[in-house]
Design a protein around this ligand. Structure first.
Ligand SMILES: Cc1ncc(COP(=O)(O)O)c(C=O)c1O
Length: 412
């Protein structure tokens, strides 16, 4: 029984701080009342490979993990993690600037510098923290951040955490970016924040033109290549490499939670004063560093990704085949042509989206259900992310499952 003291009789009634969530609670309850399973509560009971897991007691093909290059079960990656666990223990229990920098943290930063051919690399505990830290630290009071309106939550949160003025522009619209830049007072510091691949629809940014107008306006440029690292570009450096403008980018942000296959985030740069960020960037200083096993797996994975040409080629084949197959079945997709390893299937509404998500799971296929506010224009999406380890046969099975589920739910 609770022994909490009662508030005094004359105390004002407490405002329930949770009342702001009432609309979301109601939406969730009405969705679950239709009999659909909770699409945000799936448990992986066993993970068999980068492309297969057991969910609800059933072997399931994974098509929503962002494990683009399938590195999570790579033999060398696993061996490096086990060795680091044996030799350095389970965690650092400290900040990078105190007791949390081991040889492994330096090694993964070296691997990143080599991968991107850049002078500096700084590793954070997640990609979210990398955006939070870099954006809030480099753009300060009196500076301007010009960002694509469809930017990831971590970019928006980085803007919120800092003191700069925020100027959003229409998604992937070069003219809108140019106009916003022209309105910024002369002499102000300017940071343009872009992404290589936008993860909701899987579309690619016209970085070449965007960087041209940004540089012409005297802005520095940050590109988040979370969804392109390892896959896009001749060496897997991302969209900026693919469009021949990587040397113009001031800061590249990335994550270890997608192609690299573990957890962590980073920023690479050629800026000569970059290293000072290690002392002033709060999401780097005031948190514990990554465990030794994680940085060991990341370094091994990044070194292998450099030579992943065959995997990149196979992943493109998978993406093209799934895109063409879904289009032929009559689904509405986020892009006309496949532009990345993400293929977004647009659902008519949340109810149909959740029903389709569940029907696919019953067929033995896991995809991501995405809904507002994460999605643009209020869309409900089934986001598919392909893996270089999906076999041709698996892509065939996936298309068959989409056909069965789509017909059962009445989406096609
Ligand atoms: C564009 C983008 N940036 C950053 C992140 C954050 O990465 P992490 O999972 O490492 O926190 C994500 C993750 O979904 C992302 O999509």
């Amino acid at each position: 029984m609770s022994t909490r003291p009662l508030p005094p009789a004359d105390a004002p009634a407490a405002v329930d701080l949770f009342s702001k969530f009432d609309p979301l609670i109601a939406t969730r309850e009405s969705l679950l009342a239709t009999g659909v399973k909770d699409p945000f509560g799936l448990v992986m009971e066993k993970v068999l490979s980068p492309t297969r897991a057991v969910c609800n007691g059933r072997e399931t093909i994974l098509l929503g993990t962002y494990n683009y290059m399938g590195m999570t079960f790579d033999d060398d990656v696993i061996a490096a993690g086990k060795q680091a666990l044996d030799e350095f223990g389970s965690g650092t229990t400290g900040s990078r600037v105190l007791n949390g920098t081991y040889v492994g943290h330096k090694a993964v930063e070296e691997a990143l510098k080599e991968f991107y051919a850049m002078d500096h690399a700084m590793v954070f505990s997640t990609g979210y923290q990398a955006n939070l830290g870099i954006i809030s630290t480099i753009a300060g009071k009196g500076d301007y951040i010009v960002l694509d309106i469809d930017s990831h939550a971590s970019i928006y949160d980085g803007c919120k955490m800092g003191d700069a003025e925020i100027v959003p522009f229409r998604h992937n619209d070069v003219t809108a970016l140019e106009k916003r830049l022209a309105r910024i007072p002369e002499g102000a510091g300017k940071l343009v924040v872009l992404e290589g691949v936008y993860s909701m629809l899987g579309d690619v940014a016209p970085l070449k033109e965007m960087i041209r107008v940004s540089k012409a306006a005297g802005a520095m440029v940050l590109v988040d290549e979370a969804h392109s690292m390892g896959f896009i570009g001749a060496n897997g450096r991302g969209v900026a490499e693919d469009q021949g403008v990587i040397d113009e980018v001031d800061f590249i942000i990335g994550t270890f939670s997608k192609s690299v296959g573990t957890v962590g985030g980073f920023c690479v740069s050629n800026h000569p004063k970059f290293e000072i960020l290690r002392l002033v960037c709060r999401p780097y200083v005031f948190t514990a560093s990554l465990p030794p096993s994680v940085v060991a797996t990341a370094a091994t994975s990044i070194r292998k990704l450099r030579h992943g040409h065959n995997k990149r080629a196979h992943l493109w084949e998978n993406s093209k085949r799934l895109h063409a197959g879904l289009k032929a079945l009559g689904f509405t997709l986020g892009t006309e042509e496949p532009q990345s390893a993400i293929i977004a299937v647009i659902m008519p509404d949340l109810e149909k989206g959740a029903a389709m998500w569940e029907a696919l799971l019953a067929e033995g296929l896991y995809v991501n259900l995405a809904r507002p506010p994460a999605t643009p224009a209020g869309m409900t999406l089934l986001r598919c992310s392909l893996c270089a380890e999906h076999s041709d046969a698996e892509v065939g099975e996936i298309l068959q499952m989409f056909e069965n589920a789509g017909k059962a739910v009445g989406v096609i």
